[in-house]
Design a protein around this ligand. Structure first.
Ligand code: 8YV
Length: 317
């Protein structure tokens, strides 16, 4: 029987399945393992079912026991894992695409709505019962007729585009390559980032975190946006230079932000907290029972496929 380290607590049905399949080392207290503890805990294991909160950098990977052959990441993103270091060690890395597209796109839309319609301020006032209706009270930005720029038209970007279109938004996108006409759903392609940003009344960041996208939204690129644009991020905090974005909020260059992801989670840059126009969530993109169950099942399927065939269709390195 293969031995698996599961670094974070999963939903009960997923843990039950793991117990049936493997000699499994679960984390019942859901403790956040340090790099050293993770290495120690993986002693004698064949694989690790890891989470986006595990920092599997080159140093950690190089110190993993020889027996580890797979890192099955419980996430679609894999920025927490050094893919090259894993490859050098002959460790395969897998992720969980598709199953979280709908749930994450729903949060993407919530961020757009929350930021545009001043939900943070509204919630605060309603809770404090200190508001008075008036014709100009908490006036926000209407989505209908507004241009939405999607940065990264992958699975999640496409689903956000589809919902946003049904809300009357006009969809534009930037990707490394243009989609085929039937996959574009009438969205307008922009070959370069500058061109997309220059028409984005609302920007939805949906691209993966990578060396190329790190700090892609920065002091210089923010200036391409129309004045009073809204920026939302359902991808990764690494894509945004926080200081530059907070400065753009201070200058009212950016009207509002809707964020679910941050650099250095869970400690988001305190500059955002000063802004009532920041609609902020604690990385909830895939947080529904259906989706978290499906994600963990896919992470387990990936282990199964790999141990049976030595291959895995969701391999990312
Ligand atoms: C998120 C994720 O919840 O799987 C991942 O990599 O981070 C998703 O589950 C989403 O991208 C953030 O809103």
């Amino acid at each position: 029987m293969k031995k698996i380290l599961v670094t974070r607590k999963l939903l009960q049905s997923n843990e039950d399945r793991l117990k049936n399949l493997y000699d499994v080392r679960l984390n019942s207290n859901d403790e956040l393992y340090s790099e050293k503890k993770l290495i120690d805990m993986s002693e004698g294991c064949d694989g690790i079912l890891s989470a986006l909160t595990d920092n599997l950098d080159a140093k950690t990977i190089n110190n993993l026991p020889e027996s580890i052959k797979i890192l099955s990441n419980f996430a679609v993103g894999f920025g927490n894992i050094d893919l090259d270091a894993a490859k050098k060690r002959n460790i395969i890395v897998t992720n969980t695409p598709d199953v979280l597209t709908d749930a994450t796109a729903e949060i993407g839309i919530l961020l757009i709505l929350g930021a545009c319609r001043r939900a943070s301020e509204g919630i605060e006032s309603a809770r404090a019962s200190n508001w008075k209706w008036s014709a100009d009270y908490l006036i926000g930005k209407q989505l209908t007729g507004t241009r939405l720029g999607i940065l990264g038209m992958g699975r999640i970007g496409k689903k956000i585009a589809k919902i946003a279109k049904s809300l009357g938004m006009i969809i534009h996108y930037h990707n490394r390559s243009q989609l085929s006409t039937e996959k574009e759903y009438d969205a307008t392609y922009h070959k370069d980032l500058k061109s997309l940003l220059s028409i984005s009344d609302v920007l939805s960041i949906c691209c993966p975190a990578s060396k190329e996208t790190s700090n892609m939204i920065n002091k210089e690129t923010l200036e391409f946006l129309p004045r009073g644009a809204v920026i939302t991020n359902v991808a990764r905090g690494d894509i945004v230079d926080d200081e530059a974005l907070i400065d753009a909020l201070n200058r009212r260059k950016v009207y509002a932000v809707g964020l679910d992801v941050y650099k250095g989670e869970p400690n988001l840059n305190p500059g955002y907290l000063k802004h009532k126009s920041a609609f902020i969530l604690p990385h909830l993109g895939s947080a529904t029972k259906e989706t978290r169950t499906a994600m963990a099942n896919l992470a387990i399927d990936n282990l199964e496929e790999f141990f049976k065939s030595g291959k895995c269709k969701n391999k990312v390195n």
